[in-house]
Design a protein around this ligand. Structure first.
Ligand code: R5P
Length: 293
């Protein structure tokens, strides 16, 4: 099987896959942008592989990365290669998985249903927001949750693990089982119109304890900042966060710096700037990705 890495694949993942799964061949296609802004892609394999997995991460420039993915899949199908599985590092638009308000699209359905027509039936994803819409669309999904791996690799010592809301409890539960520690969830609420985040006060046994919050995405940083503030107020010793996909801007970093988070561990599913502040650590997950492939 040849591993095709599209432009969203972070360099450290490409290198990691080359190092660890090198014998399968890691390939990056020829790309260019036409003067009008449209994308072009071409595969010039010496020998057309029977099986190909395409790897893409869709941040930043989510829309372009999705178009690139579709162009690559169509080109590979045209060459007669079998697409199995499709590897999604960060899957954009997956949070809009229902019509929260009347008149909205189910974005995840709008954007990914077309993959079935291109012959994709199996997806290996890294912490997709929720795999259920993909399962409903007929995909077989192997969704890798990397939090325990990240915690172990970074040598983080924690006493309790928390999810920001009930819907994300499965992430905390897995970490809790892997490390033999208790888990719980906070009660986060996002105002769908203003985007404002509130987290309900809740009685938690965290006084003097080292706590980790686990989540799939950090974007504005407001969820994490509110949670960290609440946990310190409740007497936590150190508050850490382990978040798979860091879609962070300078504003996010400012919000998190003010929240006094002890450490934020993130996976390398997204290319990060070299000058991140010291409290953010990027952990390479190519080992677990390679095993899954
Ligand atoms: C929401 O459902 C996700 O799981 C994350 O909690 C959310 O995307 C975090 O966003 P932000 O950093 O903007 O609060």
């Amino acid at each position: 099987m040849v591993i095709v890495c599209l432009s969203g694949t972070p360099k450290s993942i490409v290198e990691g896959l080359r190092r660890r799964c090198g014998e399968r061949g890691v390939y990056t296609p020829y790309r260019k942008i036409f003067p009008d802004g449209e994308q072009y892609i071409r595969f010039d394999f010496v020998q057309i592989p029977e099986f190909v997995t395409v790897v893409q991460s869709m941040y930043p420039e989510q829309d372009r990365k999705i178009v690139e993915l579709y162009l690559a899949l169509e080109a590979l199908t045209g060459l007669g290669a079998k697409l199995d599985p499709l590897t999604l590092l960060y899957t954009a638009y997956a949070r809009q998985d229902k019509r929260f308000m009347q008149g909205e699209p189910i974005s995840v359905r709008a954007l990914y249903r077309g993959l079935r027509a291109l012959g994709v039936s199996r997806i290996v994803s890294i912490d997709i927001h929720t795999p259920y819409p993909f399962i409903e669309m007929g995909f077989e999904v192997s969704n890798i949750l990397p939090h325990s791996y990240i915690i172990a690799k970074a040598g983080l010592k924690i006493d309790i693990v928390l999810a920001p809301d009930r819907g994300a409890i499965h992430r905390a539960e897995i970490v809790a089982k892997d490390f033999g520690i208790p888990y719980n969830h906070l009660d986060k609420f996002r105002d769908r119109v203003t985007g404002e985040i509130t987290i309900d006060n809740k009685v938690l046994e965290i006084k003097g304890r080292d706590v980790a919050i686990v989540d799939d995405i950090i974007s504005t940083g407001k969820t994490l900042a509110k949670a960290v503030e609440l946990l310190y107020k409740a007497g936590a010793n150190n508050v850490y966060a382990v978040v798979t996909h860091a879609l962070i801007s300078s504003e996010t970093i400012e919000i998190l710096s003010k929240a006094n988070i002890e450490k934020l561990l993130v996976a390398n599913t997204i290319e990060q700037k070299a000058d991140l502040p010291k409290f953010i650590e990027v952990v390479d997950i190519s080992e677990i990705l390679c095993k899954a492939l």
